[in-house]
Structures are given as C-alpha cells and as structure tokens.
Design a binder for this molecule. Structure first.
Ligand SMILES: N[C@@H](CCC(=O)N[C@@H](CS)C(=O)NCC(=O)O)C(=O)O
Length: 301
C-alpha cells in the first residue's frame, strides 16, 4: 500500500520527491521497462535513495527508519518484545485482502454500509476490471515480447496480476475477505483494551505508548475501510469503542492530515489530466487512482 510508505515518510519528517502515476491506465509507469528494471515485480511503491532502490512498502518503512533518525522510531529492534509485536501485527494487517475488499465493495455496493465514498459506479468498476484483464494484460504481453531481458519479470507479473484481479470478481471471496478482516478487528479491539489497562493511559497505540510501524499499517487499513463506507461495520463507537477512539486520535495526527490532503491534491491533478485527454470513466480512474494510488519516491539530500 502506497499510503503506508507516504505516512511513514511523513512520520519520520524526511523530505522526499514523489512521482505519481495512474496504475490503472494501460501504460502506467509500473509497466514500463525503466520501472521493471527498478522493481521486477512491477508494483508500486518504490523508493530511490541515491543508488539504492527499495521496493515493497514494509521494506521502504524499515529502510527509512534505519537510515533516517528524525521523528519516532517506527520499527523497534526485532529481538525486543516490542519489535516482535510490531512484526506480528504488520503481518496480520498485511494479510487483509485490501484489493479484493476495495474492488469488491465498489462493484457490489450492497456490501458497504453507507456506500463507498469513492465516486465510482459499480458499472464503471466492472469496466475497469475488464480493462485490466484485457488491455493491461495485452500491453504487458507486448512489452514482454519487445524486451526479452525483462520477459520473465513481465510474465510473472502478468500471472500474479491476472489471478489477483480475477479474485476481485468473486462475491464469495469478497465476503470471505471481509469476514476475515472482522476477526482482525475483534483482536485489535481486545488488544487496545488490554494495553489501556496495562499502561493505565487512555491514548495507547498498538504496541504501547509509542506510535510504531504497526500503527502506520493499521492507519491505512482504517482509512481504506472508511473510504469504502465500512467504518460503522468495522469500528462503530458502540461495538468497537477502543478502535473508534484510536481512529479519532489518528485523525488529529499531522502525518495523516497531510496524507489526506495529498490524496485530495492527487485527485484534482488526475481529474484535470483525464478531462484534458477526454478519457472515459473519468470518475473511476481518478478515484481509484487516489484510493489505490501509485507513487515512486526519491529521497532528497
Ligand atoms: N506487497 C507490495 C504490494 C504492492 C502492490 O501490489 N501494489 C499495487 C498497488 S496497491 C500495484 O502496484 N498495482 C499495479 C499493478 O499491479 O500493475 C507492497 O506492499 O509494496
């Protein structure tokens, strides 16, 4: 998830340059040879720091935490109790099937409580998924033929992407992903309650009084569920008061406020680009681009 990396960069108060691309267009940066040479998985986000390239959100967060000592320590020593708990929780949150839930709920809005706040119609989402399975895959295939040195990476990407996207069209899999996500919320609710008792303070984070990488990952999950109009199912004040209160505290954090502002800025930029090109499904491209987004970061020294 791109926003995790952005949030971590903001929490660490490091400066960076960003390059934003629309991963849902046929030839988004992530499918281009220069990008595949940086990240053979062809996924975002990617961080470039001098000659060093880091792919995968978690690795990016670990890298900036290790190399930049401003802000909070997000990843405690992996042998400490806190470090082990951060790793455990990141694993739990990374196993939530974001893509299936996001695409699935937009396409089947009856699965949402208040309706997705992303202005994409189910029909536009259906077309978008079809486009991904047709023109995007055709583009990746053509690139694999034109760039023999990258053929294996393109082929692996094609396989992974097709199977991921196909899963988003199966309502049973969507419901299953949502059910599993609920179990995560039951566990976190209990965890926060226990931590409040243990530390005797009301404003605990997931591993204690300090904000860590586990909170970064959970923040973005909460934000995504809110965008999908699922907050009253997953963290309503009456049933999951600890998570509800945790999210209110998150919303007061400067880093998350910046991320939300950035999300809006990207929406405006993408909207005007799409309008200029007179592309169809403007709302779908813009909104999904924002929600799922895409970015490549370069550190400023
Ligand atoms: N585990 C990876 C997942 C990366 C990933 O799947 N990124 C998606 C966007 S959330 C992507 O780049 N999709 C574009 C594509 O597959 O063409 C990470 O956390 O960095």
């Amino acid at each position: 998830m791109i926003l995790q990396a952005v949030l971590a960069l903001l929490e660490k108060e490091v400066s960076f340059k960003k390059r934003i691309t629309n991963i849902h267009s046929t030839n988004g940066d992530q499918n281009e040879p220069w990008f595949m040479r940086m990240n053979p998985n062809g996924t975002v986000p990617v961080l470039k720091d001098g000659d060093k390239i880091v792919c995968e959100s978690d690795d990016i967060i670990d890298y900036i935490d290790r190399h930049y000592h401003s802000g909070f320590t997000l990843v405690p020593d992996k042998f400490s109790d806190a470090g082990k708990e951060v790793a455990r929780l990141r694993d739990v949150f990374n196993n939530v099937q974001y893509e299936i839930i996001t695409f699935g709920v937009i396409r089947n809005p009856e699965l949402s409580v208040t309706g997705p706040k992303i202005p994409v119609s189910p029909a536009a989402m259906k077309k978008r998924i079809e486009m991904m399975l047709t023109s995007q895959t055709a583009y990746i295939k053509s690139m694999s033929e034109r760039h023999p040195d990258l053929r294996d990476s393109y082929r692996a990407k094609l396989e992974a992407k097709t199977s991921r996207i196909q899963k988003t069209t199966d309502v049973d899999q969507i419901r299953e992903a949502m059910k599993k996500c609920k179990v995560v919320f039951d566990d976190v609710e209990q965890l926060l309650g226990n931590l409040k008792k243990k530390y005797g303070i009301p404003d605990v984070w997931l591993v204690g009084p300090r904000f860590t990488a586990a909170d970064v990952t959970f923040t973005i999950l909460l934000h995504r569920l809110e965008l999908l109009g699922l907050e009253s199912r997953y963290f309503p004040q009456d049933k999951r008061p600890h998570i509800h209160d945790y999210y209110q505290r998150l919303l007061e954090r400067k880093s998350l406020q910046e991320v939300l502002k950035e999300e809006k800025r990207i929406m405006v930029i993408m909207m005007s680009t799409m309008l200029k090109r007179k592309l169809p499904y403007v709302a779908a491209v813009v909104a999904i681009g924002v929600a799922i987004g895409a970015a490549f970061f370069t550190m400023k020294h």
